[in-house]
Design a protein. Structure first.
Lengths: 109, 268
């Protein structure tokens, strides 16, 4: 359950960037290809934030879809995850979106 | 958890040296030295907006695992400066990671120095096996933790102090899920699989296999006794991780081990 460690990293990162400030909302981006389960993170969030400046904060999660770029034909396509295969048949593709796990913003109370 | 940065400093490190009695443990808070700095990164722009609710919105645009990624970069730099090959060895429990490392430590003892970082939730059983095989080893007990992180590896490297030009193998916690997400600063990622686990693992655990530089299929001596379609496995892996090399061996009988040793030499 790496979501627990990830939630701890999230809370520590916010507390470090905004020390001594009460946080009322955290907005996250969890890409569809990031390997992190948003529901698990939500489950951990209340546990981890207890007793911190984030206690009681709401959690808004945006889950952008994955996007790949084919180096053979140059088109962008949504992969049939986990297989990264362009409709043209080439596997020479790079994931360009959907892998991020990012704190986009927070709201200070 | 480290109160300053959230890294998992409650992991316990034990150092074992060949020929010596069981080593010392480090479970105190780690020092926050220059390699593990908590200085505020300056590249971020704290853009602020006043929201309709009266509160202030602060744009962060920060990776959640930025701290781990920064530490991993520091580890990678530290290793590269010394010409050290660091392997992040990952697998499910029981695939034969420690058996492969015991063989490797013994067979390459006169070729290249090998040190090992062992990750397990509890016990120093694996470290004792590696110590008996002649290598210096640090055992990390993660407690409840399901993976190693870059901070644990940084502390272990400081304890091990591996020589320049050597090989460090980081035996991650046996788990095909969580270790995939945490960069340790390794030079290469190796996934060990065994024929007794079944051939469907790459498709079931794609995050782990997608990032592998090498997949080693172990326990091939058991192929006559289990249903395992090697061709199908290789095809699935190629589709998922086109760049990952695949080799077959038996760490128990020694069959195919020379491919593993050749691969290691080619990475140094």
């Amino acid at each position: 359950m790496h979501e627990l460690a990830i939630t701890e990293s999230l809370v520590a990162a916010v507390a470090e960037r905004l020390p001594d400030q009460r946080i009322s909302c955290v907005r996250l981006e969890i890409g569809a290809l990031s390997g992190v389960v948003a529901d698990s993170l939500r489950f951990c969030f209340d546990l981890v934030t207890e007793g911190t400046s984030l206690e009681g904060a709401s959690l808004e999660i945006d889950e952008p879809a994955g996007l790949c770029h084919c180096r053979a034909c140059g088109t962008d396509f949504e992969p049939d995850w986990p297989i990264v295969l362009c409709p043209c048949g080439s596997a020479e593709a790079t994931v360009v979106a959907g892998q991020d796990l990012r704190i986009t913003s927070v709201q200070v109370a | 958890m480290c109160g300053t940065c959230g890294c998992s400093s409650d992991a316990v490190l034990t150092v074992l040296v060949p020929g010596e009695a069981p080593g010392h443990s480090h479970d105190e808070q780690h020092s926050h030295d220059e390699q593990h700095s908590h200085d505020e990164p300056t590249e971020h722009d704290h853009r602020q907006h006043v929201s309709a609710g009266g509160g202030r919105t602060v744009m962060l645009q920060q990776k959640v695992l930025a701290k781990n990624d920064d530490l991993a970069s520091a580890n990678r730099h530290w290793l590269a400066e010394r010409g050290i090959l660091a392997i992040n060895l990952m697998s499910s429990p029981g695939s034969g990671k420690t058996t492969l490392l015991e063989r490797t430590a013994r067979d390459l003892a006169d070729v290249v120095p090998i040190t090992v970082i062992e990750g397990d939730q509890e016990t120093a059983l694996d470290a004792e096996r590696i110590q008996a095989a002649g290598s210096r080893v640090v055992q990390i007990n993660t407690g409840a933790g399901c993976h190693l992180d870059a901070d644990m590896v940084a502390r272990s490297l400081a304890e091990l102090n591996p020589p320049a030009g050597s090989i460090v193998v980081i035996e991650n916690v046996g788990n095909l899920v969580c270790p995939a997400l945490f960069d340790l600063g390794e030079t290469a990622r190796v996934v060990l699989a065994s024929v007794t686990e079944g051939a469907d693992k790459p498709r079931k655990y794609p995050h782990m296999f997608r990032l592998a530089d090498l997949v080693v299929l172990n326990k091939t001596d058991l192929l006559p006794y289990v249903e395992f379609d090697v061709q199908r496995y290789a095809a699935d892996l190629r589709q998922l991780a086109p760049k990952a090399a695949l080799m077959q061996l038996s760490a128990t009988t020694g069959d195919g081990l020379r491919h593993w040793y050749e691969w290691l030499r080619a990475q140094i």
